[in-house]
Design a protein. Structure first.
Length: 278
C-alpha cells in the first residue's frame, strides 16, 4: 500500500501504453469549509497510472491530492478550497465509461421457494387422466365423487386406481401439493455515473435455459443452474420451462455514488400463450 500526497510531479506515459481510465465515485460540497470557505471534495477510482497522470493537472489547478494505492484499484481524493476556487474544468476531464462498457461487481444468490400446485398436476394423475380418455372429464368426475361419494358407482372411475386415491385425498380437504422452484438473484454494483437502470417492460420475457445463460453472461454458474425435468408430465400442456423475472430493484448510495441493482428470476413452466419466450 502506498499513499501519495501533496504536489505530485508526474510524467505522462508514452502513447504506446494502454489507455488509462478512472471514474468519479463521489463528490461532496461544504459551504462553510471549517472556516476556510467553500470546499469541494471529489473521490476517483481507477488504475494507479491513470490517477497519477490526472493528479498533475489537479495539483496545477490548485487542488490538494491524496492517492491511496491498495488492492486492484487505486483511489484519489481531490480537495479544492477557497472562495476563488472553480473545480469545474479539471473535474470534467474524468473518464466516464459509456453505458454498458463498465464491468460491474456481481454476486449471485440461489434460493429455493415452494409453490402450491393442484393435485391434478401430479405426473401419475396426468398420466391416468390421459388413459381415461379426456383429462377434463376425468377431473370433473373425480371432484364430483369427492364431494358426493355416491357418484363413484355412476361411472367407471372406480377402475382407475390413482383416481380412487385422489378421491380419498380430496375428501380430506387436500387439493394441492408443494413443488420446489429455484430462484436466482443477481446483485450488481457499479458507478452511478452511468445513471440508474431503466424500468423493465410490463410483461417480462421468459428466457429459455440456453438463452438465459447467453443474455446474462452466466457461463461461470451455468453448471449450477437447474434444467427442465426429464419427466414429460411435469411440463403441463401449453407451457415451457424457463426463467421469468420476478424482481427488479435498484438503490443509489449517494455517499459513494454507487448503484446496487438486484434482479431475480424463477425457473418454472410458464404458459406459452401468456408470456413472450426468447
Amino acid at each position: 500500500m502506498a499513499t501519495i500526497q501533496g504536489d505530485i510531479s508526474i510524467v505522462t506515459p508514452t502513447s504506446g501504453n494502454a489507455p488509462l481510465s478512472y471514474v468519479e465515485v463521489s463528490r461532496q460540497f461544504d459551504n462553510a469549509g471549517s472556516g476556510t470557505g467553500p470546499v469541494w471534495t471529489f473521490t476517483y477510482r481507477g488504475s494507479k497510472d491513470a490517477l497519477r497522470v490526472a493528479s498533475f493537472q489537479w495539483v496545477n489547478s490548485g487542488a490538494k491530492v491524496t492517492i491511496t494505492e491498495s488492492g486492484p484499484y487505486s483511489e484519489a481524493t481531490v480537495v479544492y478550497s477557497g472562495q476563488s476556487t472553480n473545480p469545474a474544468d479539471p473535474i470534467n476531464t474524468a473518464f466516464t465509461p459509456a453505458a454498458g462498457t463498465e464491468t460491474p461487481e456481481i454476486r449471485y444468490e440461489f434460493r429455493t421457494d415452494y409453490a402450491d400446485v393442484s393435485l391434478f398436476a401430479m405426473p401419475s394423475v396426468v398420466r391416468e387422466a390421459i388413459e381415461f380418455g379426456d383429462p377434463i372429464v376425468y377431473r370433473l368426475v373425480v371432484e364430483g365423487a369427492a364431494k358426493n361419494p355416491g357418484e363413484i358407482n355412476q361411472s367407471n372411475i372406480a377402475s382407475f386406481p390413482v383416481a380412487k386415491q385422489l378421491i380419498t385425498i380430496l375428501g380430506r380437504g387436500v387439493d394441492s401439493f408443494q413443488v420446489a422452484r429455484v430462484n436466482l438473484t443477481r446483485i450488481a454494483t457499479f458507478s452511478g455515473n452511468n445513471g440508474l437502470p431503466q424500468v423493465p417492460s410490463a410483461v417480462p420475457p421468459i428466457y429459455l435455459p440456453a438463452t438465459f445463460v447467453a443474455v446474462w453472461g452466466l457461463q461461470s454458474i451455468q453448471s449450477m443452474l437447474p434444467v427442465p425435468p426429464s419427466e414429460p408430465y411435469l411440463t403441463p400442456s401449453g407451457t415451457a420451462w424457463g426463467w421469468k423475472q420476478t424482481n427488479y430493484s435498484t438503490g443509489l448510495i449517494t455517499k459513494t455514488n454507487q448503484v446496487e441493482q438486484t434482479i431475480s428470476w424463477t425457473f418454472a413452466p410458464y404458459d406459452i400463450l401468456i408470456y413472450p419466450f426468447v
